[in-house]
Structures are given as C-alpha cells and as structure tokens.
Ligand binder design. Structure first.
Ligand SMILES: *Cc1c(COP(=O)(O)O)cnc(C)c1O
Ligand code: SF4
Length: 451
C-alpha cells in the first residue's frame, strides 16, 4: 500500500463502511499518475473513499487538509518545503478540500491549482508589502459585518469560514481571528439596517464563504431578507462550485428555488477547475433558477495569459456560467507574489476582445484602495475625437472614423456633457501622424474613411 493510500485510509476511518470492489488492488500499485487528471489523482490520494462519501459535502468538509503533516502524507513535499509551509501556516493557515487537492498536479512545481491552495514561503517573506485591509472594509462597515459602500447594495459578511483558504484571498486578515459565524443577534442588527435603508435593493451574502453555513441557517437569513420589500435581488458569493461542488446539493437547491431572484457569483480561476463535479453543481443551480456568474482573480503564474483566460471563459460558457469580473489582485499582505501589473489585465482583454465571443469577455476591474470601489479598465479603442468625428481602432488595429449625429457635438470638441472632451488635441496635426497605430506597418493598419 502506498504511503498516501494509508494516509487516506486512516483519515477516513469510521467513514468507510465497506471497501469498494477493486480499491484494494488499485492501492497496491504504486504508480505515478500518467497525467494530472483529477480522476487519477483522486484514486491515488483517496483510494478507499466510497463514491457516496466523496460526493457528500460534509465528508469533504470534515476531511479538509489543515496541517503540513496531513499534506505530506498525501503528496510529495521536500523537508524544506514542509518546514516553510509549517512556518507560513502559523500566520496564514492552510485548508484544502480533498476535491480541490485532487486537481493539483504535484509533479509540476508551478502548477496553477497548487499556487492557489498550497502556502508559499513568499507569503511571509514579502509580508510587509501591501496592507491588511486595502479596501477599507472595516471602515465602511455600518454595523459589524455589513459593508455599505455603494448607494443601492450592501455586502453581508456572514462568516469567515471557507472550505478552502485561497492563498490570494482579499480577506486574509480574517484568518487570524479564528473561525466565526455571525450570531442571530448580529444578523438581526444587519437586517435592521437594511430594513431602515430603503435604497438598498441588492444584498450580497459573502464572507468567508456563506455556503459553509447550514442550509437551515442560510434559509433563515434569506427568508428574512425576502420579507424586506425593497430588497429586489439577493446575491451569494461563494467558491463552493469550485472547491466544494458537492455543497450544491438538492437540499440547498430546493431551498434557493423558493426565494425569487437569487444570483450566485463564484470564483473559477483556471480552466482545470471546471471539472465534471463543478459542471454538475452549476447545472443544478441553473435548474433551480439561480444564474451563475464568475468572478476570477488575475494571478501571476496561474491565469495571467490570454490563452488561459480564453480557455477559462470557454470552459465556463460550456457549463453556462458567464464570466462577470476579472479582478486585479488587491494589495493585500501575503499575496504580493501572485499579483500582476495592471497592464497585464488590459493586455489580456485586448487579446480576447474580437478574437472570441463577447460573452467570454469579463470586465477587468480594480477594486480601489480605501474603499474607492470597483472601476473597469479597458484597452483604449479611442484614438482621438475630432469635432463630430471619433477616431477608433478595432481589435485588428484597423482604424475607423465614426461620426456623431449632426449638431450634437459642442464646438469645443466634445460631446455636450463634455466628458469625452480631449481639449489637448492639436486639431491641425497631420492626420496620418495622429492616426498611425504605434505598431506601424501591418497591411490592415489603414484608415477607413466613410464617404
Ligand atoms: C464588489 C462589491 C459590491 C458589488 O459590486 P458590483 O459591481 O455590483 O458587483 C458591493 N459592495 C461592496 C462593498 C463590494 O466590494
Ligand atoms: S473562497 Fe473567497 S473568501 Fe474564501 S479564502 Fe477563497 S478568496 Fe477568500
């Protein structure tokens, strides 16, 4: 029996009632997986776990890997790696579900799934860079756990618990305070605030991961929100479809289907996370009337290329999940090694727009420091505005002239609301030198002038 097989067995003791046929034989063979497929990993790491247990979110949740010792029993780690991980976890704990662990290819030190789940020494080596709470969420909390930043929507932080602790988490600061779930009293205080503020029409349940609450507790919150007339939509922000897809069970779906417009935003970062289990979870949500959108975080070495983001979007669309946001990784302490320059995100969007389905293209946003809120960043397709004419380029860098409706452009070279006025533009500039794209000599880089 392999070391990892033994570990899985002892870990599961008390869970496994009977050995599935063939499991013993399989665990006898000490082979490296030919590829990093989740199935082969699962069979190797957790060979004796019956299908029923594996597919039960409670089993997955109870068997999260929390310590470097548990991790080292399952996967190859050098002594040095073990020492480093141990040190990191004193500041930033470790938690990975068996499901997510089985997606990691441990033969690849740069595996993009591993980077999101397994602590890196850089988390403490670079820990003095960045801030604990760059978004000033503590300051914008109107009552404990309720962040009210925008006029018509609030964020309800119900717990700090997550099935998996993502190494890039924006709320890493919360990990140090031990696990908490808001008490019914605290939730009542939040509900009171929402009741009194009739401008709030959108409530986002977040955390931590709100789906770590029992379905019963969650229903208690959702049903009370539904009694507030001005609350139009409820959103759930959860990474469960990715890290604990088993959580999306019939009980949860039956409950959600009773409460009207509920939207779910999840957090896939890499195409390999779109597994059959995740596909099933999203399908269940869609069937019970809950649209699923994705909010991914742009991470260095994980998903910071056009190819990976395009593939991620394609995999998501295949399971009917719409890419909503691509987040610039916030300036959070302990995440510096995963952050990318802002330009990377813009370049990725530029590499996608026009080249693939518009549905596949997320909005790239920075959540501004000090609670400035989310702002979208785009490649710039506007080259100039000359009176009524806009000079625009397309995804192939071809240049087009586009005319405003007659008589609606102010003579100061801007639209009437003046927002787009580019007063610094020298109108006498030679047209070609204004319009020539920087990259120059491609055939298709020509000015299209409509007669
Ligand atoms: C992200 C966020 C929201 C929701 O933003 P949308 O752009 O509507 O998705 C609301 N409140 C806070 C504090 C947020 O950080
Ligand atoms: S699921 Fe979200 S809140 Fe939880 S650790 Fe990951 S990024 Fe943080």
């Amino acid at each position: 029996m392999t070391k990892s097989a033994m570990a899985a067995t002892s870990q599961a003791s008390g869970q496994v009632e009977e050995e599935p046929p063939g499991a013993a034989a399989r665990s006898e063979v000490d082979v490296e997986p030919p590829s990093s497929t989740a199935d082969s990993n699962r069979n190797r790491l957790f060979p004796h776990i019956p299908e029923e247990a594996w597919n039960d979110w409670r089993w997955q949740f109870r068997h999260r890997i929390h310590t470097v010792e548990e991790l080292a029993e399952l996967v190859p780690l050098t002594t040095r790696e073990q020492a480093q991980i141990k040190l990191v976890t004193t500041k930033y704990p470790l938690s990975v579900t068996p499901h997510y662990l089985s997606l990691i290819n441990f033969n690849d030190p740069d595996d993009p799934i591993r980077k999101q789940a397994i602590p890196s020494f850089q988390e403490i080596a670079l820990a003095d860079i960045g801030l604990e709470d760059p978004l000033a969420e503590e300051r914008d909390s109107v009552v404990p756990g309720l962040v009210h930043r925008y006029p018509d929507r609030v964020l309800m932080l119900l717990t700090n618990l997550c099935p998996m602790l993502c190494r890039h988490c924006t709320r890493k600061r919360e990990w140090q305070h031990g696990g908490w779930v808001r008490t019914p009293g605290e939730i009542e205080t939040m509900l009171d605030y929402i009741r009194r503020n009739t401008g709030i029409r959108d409530v986002i349940l977040s955390g931590g991961d709100p789906l770590t609450l029992s379905t019963h507790r969650l229903e208690w919150v959702i049903s009370r929100l539904r009694q507030i007339e001005h609350v139009e939509i409820i959103r759930i922000g959860t990474r469960c479809p990715v890290v604990l897809p088993q959580r999306i069970d019939d009980e949860l779906c039956d409950m959600l289907s009773k409460y009207g417009a509920i939207w779910l935003n999840t957090h896939f970062n890499h195409p390999r996370e779109v597994t059959p289990e995740s596909a099933l979870a999203c399908d269940r949500l869609l069937r019970c009337g809950v649209p699923v959108n994705n909010q991914s975080v742009l991470l260095r070495g994980v998903n910071d290329t056009v190819e990976t983001q395009t593939k991620l979007s394609h995999e998501l669309l295949k399971i009917k999940v719409r890419p909503y946001y691509l987040f610039q990784c916030d300036e959070v302490q302990g995440t510096e090694h995963l952050r990318t320059p802002v330009e990377t995100g813009i370049e990725i969007l530029e590499g996608m727009r026009g080249h693939t389905s518009g549905l596949a293209i997320p909005t790239f946003v920075i959540d501004l420091p000090q609670g400035g809120g989310k702002i979208p960043l785009q490649p710039n397709y506007v080259l100039a505005q000359l009176g009524e004419e806009w000079i625009l380029r397309n995804y192939q860098n071809r240049i087009f002239q586009y005319r405003n409706p007659r008589g609606l452009t102010s003579p100061t070279n801007g639209s009437k609301n003046g927002k787009r006025a580019s007063t610094h533009l020298d109108l006498s500039l030679d047209k070609n030198s204004v319009l020539a794209p920087a990259s120059g000599a491609r055939d298709e880089n020509r000015v299209i002038v409509r007669s």
